[in-house]
Structures are given as C-alpha cells and as structure tokens.
Design a protein around this ligand. Structure first.
Ligand code: 3HC
Length: 683
C-alpha cells in the first residue's frame, strides 16, 4: 500500500502521509514523498504543496530502526534538500505530533499551520543525538538562538497553541479546517520567490543571551557530548553560512550516532516498548480493571492507591481499624495537596482523586472489585492469612495480587486455594511516581490474570515487566549481588565515599551507600535477618544505631537538614574494626576494580536469571534496572552495558576477580561463558 496519497485541492497538491503507526520517515515514506514532490513541481497546474498526515501523528521523525544501517536514498537530508530546491511553496499542516525529522520537514516548509493540540519537538537529544536534518540550523534562524538552544537541548515538545506565539509555527487552525487553512497559506506564497536562509540575528544582546544560556547548559550537563554538539551547531548560526552550518550538523550527527551512548539510549527506547507483552500464541484475555482494593495503607499501599485514583479508578483501601484507614486517606490527601501547591494538579483534580479512595476495614467491601493488591507487612504468615480472607470475600474472577518484594508468590498462592488468580505486582517506592512494576507470574497464575494485570498497569502509565517467581524476583535479586560486593569492598579497604564515587563515575546519580542511608539501612537488615543472611559492615552499622538519614547517621553523618552527608570518622572506624575482627588486611582498591565488582556480578546474575527463565529477555532485565534502580540510561542497562563492553571481556574480568578475591560467586555463569565463546549477544 502507498504510504503517501496525493490529493489536488484548489490547485494545491496535498501529500497525505500514511505510514502507520506514527509516520516514521522510513525509506518508503521518504521515497514516496520525494516522488510526489517532484511531480508537483513538474505539474504546471499545481501552485504549491501541503505536507499533511492521514494519521493522528504528523510524523515521529526519522525511523530510528534504520539507524546504524547503510543509508537508503533518498535520505531525509536528500528529501529536505529537494524541498529547499522546490520552485513552488511548501506548507506543513500539523495536527498531531511533529517530532525530530517530522518537525524538520515542517521547518523546511515556507510556513507551518498547526492545530492547538499539535505537538512540535526536537527530541533527538533524548537518544543521544542532535537534530540531523537541519533543525539546529533552521530553528535559530526562525526564533532567538538562545530559545532554540533551550528547545533543542531539553527535547521537550510544545503544543501548537504555544508554538505560534513562540514563533515555531505561523498560524493556528481548527482541526476541521487545517488543510484548507494550509492550502490558503500556499496561495499566499505562490506569487513570491521562495526565501533563502541567511545568518541568525547578529545583534550583541542576542549573542550574549545565547552564550549565557550555553554556559549554564554545559555546566549543568557537562558529560553529555550531544549537548556540546548542539551548542556548537546553534552557535554556528551566528557566524557561518547555512550550508556550512548544515555540514557541521552532519559531522556531529554522524559521530554521535556511532557513539555507544546513543546506541544505548536507542536500545532503551525500543526495549521499553518491547516489555510487558505476552507472546501472541498465549491467547490470553485481558480484562479491564474498573475498581481495586488495596490491603494496607502504609507507604506502599498509599502510593499504589494514589496511582489508581490518579488514573480515575476507584479504590477501596483496607486497614486494620477505622482510624488507621482514615489516617491513610488523610496522608494521601496531604500528598495531593502538595501536588496542588507545586502546580502539578488542579484543586478539582485533587478533590476527584481523594474522592476515589474509600477507607474500609471490612473485607466484604471488596466484594465487587476486579483486582486486589495486598501491601501489608513482609511476613509470610500475615500474607497467607490475608489471601485466605481475600478468596472468601472477593468475586471468583477478581485477581489477587501481592506487592511483596521478595517472598514467594507460589507460597502465598498455595494458602489461597485459588492459585490461578494470584499474582505478584511489585511496585517501587514511591509507587505513585516510579514507573516500574514487576509482574510476578506464579507457577499456576493464569495467562488471563497476567494479561489483565499488564493492561491495568499500562493504564496507570507504568512500565510493567513480566518476571518469574524467585527470591527478590529480577530487580532485587540482582541488587543483592551488588550489595554483597559493596559490603565486601568496604571490608577489604574501600570507604563508603570511594564506593559511591565509583558508581557515580559510572553514571548513576547516587552511590549504593548514600542510597542505603536514604532508604534506611534497617530495611535490608530486617530482610537479611528474616532470610538468614548477613552483611558484616551493614549489619554492624545498624546494630550501632546507624540506620541512615532517619537517625542522622549511617554510612555517612548527616547535618541539621538530615540530608547533607559528610564523611564520618566514627563510621570509618567502625568499618575498620569489622575488617580487623575478621582478620582482613585493608588495602587501597582502585576505582576501576570497585566499578567492575559492583557491575559485573549484576550482569552475571542477570545471565543466571535468563538461564533459569525468570526473565524472558535481557531487555526485560535492563528495563527493570533503568526504571526501578536508576541505572544510567545512556548505558542501556546492565545487560546492554555488558554487551557493549564485550562479553568476552566481562567473562575474563569476572574470572580474574573471582580468582583474586577468592569470591566464587563471581565466577561466570555457563550462559555468559558460552556467549563469550561464540561471540553472540544476549538477544
Ligand atoms: N522510529 C521508529 N519507530 C518509532 C518511532 C521512530 N521515530 N517513533 C515511534 N516508533 C514506533 C514505536 O517503537 C512503536 O512501535 P511498536 O508498536 O512496534 O512498539 C510505535 O511506533 C508506537 O510508538 P509508541 O508505543 O511509543 O506510541 P506512543 O503513542 O506512546 O508515542 C511517540 C508516540 C511520541 C512518537 C513516541 O513513540 C516517541 O517519542 N517516538 C520517538 C520520537 C523521536 O525520538 N523522534 C526523533 C527521531 S530521530 C530523528 O528524527 C533524527 C532526525 O533529526 C534526522
């Protein structure tokens, strides 16, 4: 089927793009647009051309799937050069998203007519690139370069109704008369020669505003090569010709495209879209969840309740007594008030959301809900008792989910006598904000239950990933390997500060010790005690009353505000005494070793998880770590990082570390060994 349909309206050729789902500018769309444009130019009865879309999106930009492959003619640049050479006027009629190359096509037109709800943006920065089809050169020649710089460097789109006053578009039109308005616009231009692009504004104020904006930006995002490149290209609009600026943009684009950073960000984009799908062969029926019950109004329960209420889904919130239930609702109301004060929701929305939550103590109130999520204490006996009660008080089709972060979903299900409808929904704190949900498929969980929970989670705007049942599931199980290494590193001679610095150097926002202090060291201490594990350093800190920020001391010492850490000689002395008591001679550990010992065992555990079928793919593991644990997005995730580094190197290094430290847990799994030997990737 053709991906461009041509209509002649009042002497103007309207090129309707129709490459589902989002008019990504793949080879076929580019070729057909190019042909239609040539024909319009050759046809003496045609006054000019309107670029339009038969889909809701105008265009999502270049087809990212083609990146890294040999280019096919005409490239987007060829097409845009052809647009520049067109003798006849060109107008873009934008009624939906026009992103990246899509917006660059619109920018190459003589005018842009947009609906109020159109969405114009240059998000290339988010995949480690810069606009590569003229965006960095045209936009600063259209609006103030300082504003263009901010627009390109944030990558955030703006609505049509903002784009017109801001100068990004020329005219607003109602959706019903968008094409007619664009056709009229072509006629306005038909009698004038097409304009040529010159330098950007040359006055000193403009230049100094730009330089100031550039300095602030580079200071804020110092390690992002695409930001530097954007600054370079926008600056060029002051003192280089359009043609030279285009050459510069091309050089930067080609270089950034080949960089691992952009490869990782592009991988993350597609990985996020691939997770949470059941194989087509599963034939599962996904029902719509119209109401939920939540057991427990603590931090997790309240956050989950907010996630549903904000999505307009009524919640019955069960607590052990009416006061506790009311307290939970009050806390939720206070959280929403905070959002109103920040300006992120309106007062009406706050009232609506709070009204969605009905506090209760009687399980019979759950008789009609479609899904119950238990968020009670992490104790098997408590959970088994709750699930017994849930089976008796809910309708037979209701799905019963546990928010446990490490207990066995199968053991919980076994107590219910209705294992088919028992599932895990592991939210991350704060549950109303964090996007990740591990959907834990028990041995007997029905495919319909999995499909329904995936649909419900997606409806909340979450990123659900299906995982199998095991201690800690995927995310926490991998985290446990890293935490073990952190404790060992501290025992062997590293300081909390060195460990944290190493992880931030790797790209994380927060190191593991600072993170532990923030979360509260007693949480993992309690879990270790419940499961018979130990971590000599972390245990000693908790047992000395150092619980983290909440007690103003943990790995670090915290000042008056309870948040600003400083190195604490007492903590260091305590750590040294633990090393001494175990007869460990402390040594200086190089930063490179600290990083490898934190990251490589994670990859190893990920491979073990794949071997066991707990995760279906390396992408699932990566998305879990990107969305639940703040793994640097520009590394793609632990598994993708392993792959870009080279699995052969990962295996060799793990072997060397296992040998040097005597820690056999670092020996590479057989999957890693075989992939390294064959040169294959996880996928
Ligand atoms: N290239 C290839 N595929 C794309 C794509 C693109 N630019 N944009 C979206 N898709 C695909 C998605 O992978 C998804 O495929 P699937 O159905 O097989 O999973 C499908 O289109 C629908 O996308 P979403 O599921 O994300 O749908 P949403 O409605 O939630 O979001 C969107 C739509 C806002 C367009 C979002 O997909 C998006 O942000 N896309 C990326 C936009 C972008 O970064 N554009 C710049 C590209 S780079 C460029 O243009 C370079 C140029 O300067 C030279």
């Amino acid at each position: 089927m053709a991906v461009v349909a041509v209509e002649h309206r009042h002497g103007v050729a309207v090129l309707w793009m129709q490459r589902a789902p989002v008019n990504a500018l793949g080879a076929d769309l580019r070729a057909e647009l190019s042909l239609a444009l040539s024909r319009a130019n050759d046809d003496p009865t045609v006054l000019g051309v309107v670029f339009a879309s038969a889909l809701s999106a105008f265009s999502a930009g270049a087809d990212i799937k083609e990146f890294g492959k040999p280019p096919t003619s005409p490239t987007l640049r060829d097409l845009i050069e052809q647009m520049d050479a067109s003798a006849k006027p060109l107008v873009a009629a934008v009624g939906g998203i026009a992103l990246g190359g899509g917006f660059e096509i619109a920018l190459a037109c003589d005018a842009r007519v947009v609906t109020p709800a159109a969405n114009l943006g240059l998000p290339e920065v988010k995949i480690g690139l810069l606009p590569g089809a003229g965006g960095t050169q045209r936009l600063p020649r259209l609006i103030e370069p300082a504003k263009a710089l901010a627009f390109i460097a944030t990558g955030s789109p703006v609505a049509g109704e903002v784009a017109v006053p801001d100068g990004l578009a020329d005219r607003l039109a109602d959706p019903d008369c968008l094409i007619d308005a664009a056709v009229n616009e072509v006629k306005q231009f038909a009698s004038h020669p097409r304009r040529k692009l010159a330098m950007a504004k040359t006055n000193a104020d403009s230049r100094s505003a730009f330089e100031q904006a550039a300095t602030t930006l580079l200071k804020r995002q110092p390690d992002e090569p695409q930001i530097e490149a954007i600054v370079d290209c926008v600056r060029a609009t002051y003192d280089q010709t359009f043609e030279d600026g285009m050459k510069l943009e091309r050089e930067h684009f080609t270089r950034l495209m080949a960089d691992n950073r952009s490869k990782s960000l592009r991988y993350a984009f597609f990985a996020e879209r691939s997770v949470g799908q059941l194989p087509a062969t599963t034939m599962a029926q996904a029902e719509t969840v119209k109401s939920v019950g939540i057991i427990g109004g603590g931090t997790m329960g309240s956050g989950i309740a907010m996630a549903f209420a904000s999505a307009g889904i009524p919640v019955v919130l069960i607590e052990t007594d009416p006061d506790a239930a009311q307290r939970a609702v009050d806390r939720i109301a206070a959280n929403y008030t905070h959002s109103v004060n920040r300006g992120s929701i309106s007062e009406e929305m706050r009232a609506r959301n709070v009204g969605m939550i009905a506090p209760a103590v009687d399980y019979r109130e759950l008789g009609n809900v479609d899904l119950v999520i238990e968020a009670a204490f992490e104790e098997m006996e408590i959970k088994r008792e709750i699930f017994g009660k849930l089976v008796a008080s809910t309708k037979p089709t209701a799905i019963l989910a546990t928010n446990t972060s490490y207990l066995s979903v199968d053991d919980i299900a076994a107590a219910s006598g209705a294992s088919g409808r028992v599932i895990g929904m592991h939210f991350f704190s704060p549950a109303n904000i964090m996007k990740l949900v591990e959907v834990v498929r028990g041995a007997e969980t029905s495919a319909d239950a999995v499909a329904t929970v995936l649909k419900a989670a997606r409806g909340l705007g979450k990123v659900p990933v299906v995982v199998g049942n095991c201690h800690g599931f995927v995310g926490n199980r991998i985290l446990a390997r890293r935490s073990e290494q952190v404790d060992r590193l501290l025992l062997e001679g590293a300081t909390p500060e060195q460990v944290d610095l190493a992880l931030t150097k790797f790209g994380s926002k927060l190191g593991p010790c600072a993170m532990g202090d923030l979360a509260g060291l007693d949480i993992s201490w309690r879990m270790r005690r419940a499961t018979g594990r130990s971590a000599p350093v972390a245990d000693a800190l908790v047992e000395a009353g150092r619980l983290g920020q909440k007690s103003r001391k943990g790995y670090y010492l915290y000042g008056e505000d309870g948040r600003t850490p400083s190195v604490d000689p007492e903590a260091l002395a305590l750590i040294e005494s633990v090393s001494r008591s175990r007869g460990i001679e402390r040594r200086v550990i190089p930063q490179e070793e600290i990083i490898d010992r934190m990251i490589l065992p994670m990859i190893n555990e990920g491979a073990r998880i794949l071997e066991e079928g707990i995760a279906d793919s390396a992408k699932d593991i990566d998305v879990i770590w990107l969305h639940g644990y703040g793994f640097p997005r520009w590394r793609g995730g632990p598994m993708f990082y392993g792959q870009t580094r080279g699995l052969f190197d990962v295996v060799a290094r793990l072997k060397a570390l296992a040998e040097a430290t005597g820690d056999v847990s670092m020996r590479p799994t057989s999957l890693l060994e075989s992939l390294a030997a064959s040169g294959e990737a996880f996928s």
